[in-house]
Design a binder for this molecule. Structure first.
Ligand code: 0L1
Ligand code: MG
Length: 263
């Protein structure tokens, strides 16, 4: 397998985001590289962003549903970071001038009241540590041409993270059975996808446990106060100027975003 310069590829991906210009997937240039190298590039990219004054707001899982895995042709969950700068204000307006080819997907969002340090955590541990659960929409934006990548590429690219809108309908972690919470995704008023929480590997809280257990192996933890995205139960839909995407949840209220052409 290829040996790879983590700092160089982190800068490559940051430049693509800065220029709003899609780039060729890393594997298309250097061949396959290991998942450990991919997470090392992701970590270097995070350091570059934190060095610019951004801050961590939480963490995310991606590709935790069959719908997403089938859409992207990648069959394993991935993990990344949520930055403060990516959290949208209540208007839900998304300035498209800062993005390449954004897509929207519904998200189950956990806000932690306590730290979660794996390994060995269960779904019940996650619910115990959770302050609230709400519905969200993640705006993803792969830095790669045509959203075309392999597993290691998308991990390096912080799992396509770009923006996130968090709804206001927060509930306690045990106020509803999260596996049966329903989600209806609409684009300009048309229903385009439906799912239940169980689409996320059987249990949204179990996905968060998986993330905490993964981080625990690397001496990291999910921190109290962080926002954790458990993944999208449906596939993602393009966000164009003027397009309004709304995710309506049972128990969790609804949240909308709208694409805006200029800053
Ligand atoms: O949050 C996500 O599910 C994104 C995972 C990365 C794959 C993609 O770009 O859809
Ligand atoms: Mg997502």
């Amino acid at each position: 397998m290829t040996s790879i310069d983590h700092a160089e590829w982190a800068s490559y991906l940051l430049a693509a985001a800065d220029d709003c210009s899609a780039v060729t997937a890393i594997t298309k240039q250097v061949g396959e590289f290991s998942i450990d190298d991919a997470y090392a590039i992701q970590a270097a990219l995070l350091e570059l962003r934190l060095g610019r004054g951004d801050a961590l707001a939480g963490a995310k899982l991606g590709l935790t549903s069959a719908a997403k895995q089938e859409q992207m042709g990648v069959s394993e969950p991935v993990y990344g970071w949520v930055l403060e700068s990516s959290v949208l204000d209540d208007s839900g307006e998304v300035d498209l001038s800062g993005l390449i080819h954004p897509r929207c997907e519904p998200e189950f969002v956990f806000v932690l009241g306590d730290d979660l340090a794996g390994p060995g955590l269960t779904s019940g541990d996650v619910l115990d540590a959770t302050e609230s659960v709400t519905g969200g929409i993640e705006v993803i934006d792969s830095r790669y041409e045509a959203f075309s990548f392999k597993l290691s590429d998308v991990v390096a690219d912080n799992t396509s993270a770009a923006r996130v809108a968090i709804g206001s309908g927060a509930i306690g972690p045990r106020d509803a059975d999260l596996t049966t919470v329903g989600c209806v995704l609409e684009v300009d008023g048309e229903v385009v996808a439906t799912a239940a929480g169980a689409a996320l590997l059987g249990d949204p809280a179990g996905c968060v446990a998986m993330l905490a257990n993964h981080l625990g192996k690397h001496g990291q933890r999910l921190q109290a106060g962080w926002t954790i995205l458990a993944g999208a139960p449906t596939d993602a839909k393009p966000l164009a100027a003027g397009t309004r995407v709304c995710a309506r949840y049972s128990h969790l209220g609804s949240v909308s975003v709208r694409g805006r052409a200029h800053g």
